[in-house]
Design a protein. Structure first.
Lengths: 245, 281
């Protein structure tokens, strides 16, 4: 009997910073279940147009990333940058927004692509992280592995900066692995990633599973509770769960 | 822990600059700053700093009011020093500062042309504050006005990240001993800690600036020692910023620079007002 390919599912949960509304949310997430490409990005708060930039790069990754993720970075990303420039340079803005526009927008990017044959590969710029979970145990975390590794100055993908060396050789991280049916992948932005790494370190016997009811309300309630307890930094939070079943 | 409050639109912080506008500010800086008059150099530094603060708060949809900012001048008179539509305003939210400069100047700068060369680019340079140098040095009165402005701000936002007051002067007060009003200003506090008072002493002589000193007795004269005592210890976050910039700082360093040239004024203002972007909510 022919081996049946897994069916895929992806859900995205998001919660803005406390004191911010959802329209001010600067994370972005996108996926394409036909192409098995998934991405999250964290727009940098200090830049303008960061949400728009983050949304453009995840959408393009999900729709265009292929076998070689570096090909996407070198071939596709310059087109996304050109589209961003065309859209924002046309706007009439006050002096401060003009200066911010010249500086460009910035975001982290974590992109993952899977193949039906059981392989996956991922690309990271900055501190958005991937976790691979098998039967309530952590198999892989990427690109950061310790909560202490997070700082306020992560690598960022810029809307006006060419992706070339020496920057790219320092900023771009690549990884690949294998999965089996039933594996879950979590693609998360930094506040959630730091929470997960601290949780795993604090309790090595922790059954690694979603700590909330998988609904928007469930995620919001969990975020509120963890912020209140001081265990989750007050930042935009995105948690994409992907399952190969 | 003090100096850890989140800075948000509902819990903003405040920066207040007290600028000496006495006649001696007409003299040029010493050190490497060429022949630029101290008054012009300080006005440029403050305008650039205001621009930087606006840009830190500017988002696609507008400017978020993380900061309230004021500039007080002291010379022939003591009072708010903004020009144009903000004239007479003691403390303004940063969005109002962004939208109400005195004028927008056109300045030319060199930028990369993308093909290995440089081209001229005209940029808008906002100006809020013009140089003035006239009269004596009523520093005590300026510190008292600073206390009133910051006190009102703390009453409105009692859990704010403590306000920072930076006093920039080239001479000694001639309306009394400023240590007392400086102490009263530093005694104000929010629930996150005492108000920070930093002092910048400008020099007309060629002399090495003394930045963030940590021992009073090593300073060259009584006036420098008094300004050291008037200055708050540097909170750890600012110590880290100074250290990152290659400056020698210790746990006892104070927010004070003596014999500052223009470069050290700009660096000092940047370190004092640098806020971790992750703390802006």
């Amino acid at each position: 009997m022919a081996k049946q390919e897994p069916s895929w599912r992806a859900d995205v949960f998001k919660a803005p910073k406390r004191g911010h509304s959802l329209p001010e949310f600067e994370d972005a997430a996108a996926f394409d279940l036909d192409r098995l490409a998934f991405a999250v990005a964290d727009g940098a708060s200090e830049s303008s147009f960061a949400r728009d930039w983050a949304e453009r790069i995840v959408a393009d990754f999900a729709h265009n990333a292929g076998e070689n993720l570096l090909d996407w970075l070198r071939g596709e990303l310059p087109l996304v940058q050109a589209e961003w420039r065309a859209a924002t340079d046309a706007l009439s803005l006050p002096w401060y927004a003009e200066l911010k526009r010249e500086q460009g927008a910035f975001a982290t990017l974590l992109g993952m692509a899977a193949s039906p044959a059981g392989k996956w590969r991922a690309l990271a710029i900055g501190d958005s992280c991937l976790f691979q979970v098998r039967e309530c145990a952590l198999v892989k975390c990427f690109p950061l592995e310790r909560a202490e590794d997070f700082n306020s100055d992560p690598w960022l993908l810029g809307s006006r900066r060419p992706v070339s060396d020496p920057w790219a050789s320092k900023a771009v991280r690549l990884v690949e692995g294998e999965f089996v049916r039933g594996d879950r992948f979590w693609l998360v932005t930094d506040a959630v990633a730091a929470w997960l790494l601290r949780r795993c370190k604090r309790d090595s016997d922790w059954q690694v599973k979603l700590p909330f009811e998988p609904t928007d309300q469930g995620f919001s309630a969990w975020v509120d509770q963890e912020r209140e307890a001081g265990d989750l930094r007050n930042d935009d939070c995105t948690w994409m769960e992907i399952e190969a079943n | 822990m003090a100096y850890s409050a989140e800075i948000s639109r509902t819990n903003p912080t405040c920066f207040l600059f007290l600028i000496d506008q006495s006649l001696s500010m007409e003299e040029p800086f010493g050190g490497e700053s060429g022949n630029k008059k101290k008054a012009d150099g300080v006005a440029d530094a403050i305008n650039r700093l205001l621009q930087t603060l606006v840009l830190r708060c500017a988002k696609s949809e507008g400017v978020r009011d993380y900061f309230h900012v004021g500039v007080v001048g002291y010379g022939s008179r003591v009072g708010p020093a903004f020009g144009g539509p903000l004239a007479g305003v003691r403390l303004a939210p940063i969005s109002e500062i962004a939208n109400k400069p005195l004028r927008l100047e056109q300045r030319v700068r060199k930028v990369d042309d993308g093909a290995g060369g440089l081209v001229d680019q005209t940029i808008k340079f906002p100006v809020w504050f013009d140089a003035v140098s006239d009269g004596s040095t009523p520093m005590c009165e300026a510190l008292k006005l600073g206390k009133a402005i910051v006190g009102e701000f703390i009453q409105r936002t009692p859990s704010c990240f403590p306000p920072l007051v930076v006093n920039i002067t080239d001479g000694e007060a001639n309306d009394g001993n400023p240590e007392r009003p400086a102490g009263e200003l530093r005694d104000l506090h929010s629930s996150d800690g005492p108000v920070l008072l930093f002092n910048v002493h400008l020099s007309s002589i060629r002399s090495q600036p003394i930045e963030f000193p940590d021992v009073e007795k090593d300073l060259p004269d009584d006036y420098a020692r008094m300004l050291f005592r008037m200055s708050s210890p540097l909170p750890s976050r600012m110590s880290e910023a100074a250290s990152k910039d290659g400056l020698r700082v210790t746990a006892n360093s104070h927010g004070f620079v003596f014999n500052a040239d223009l470069v050290s004024v700009i660096r000092f203002l940047d370190i004092g007002t640098r806020v971790d972007a992750k703390n802006l909510r």
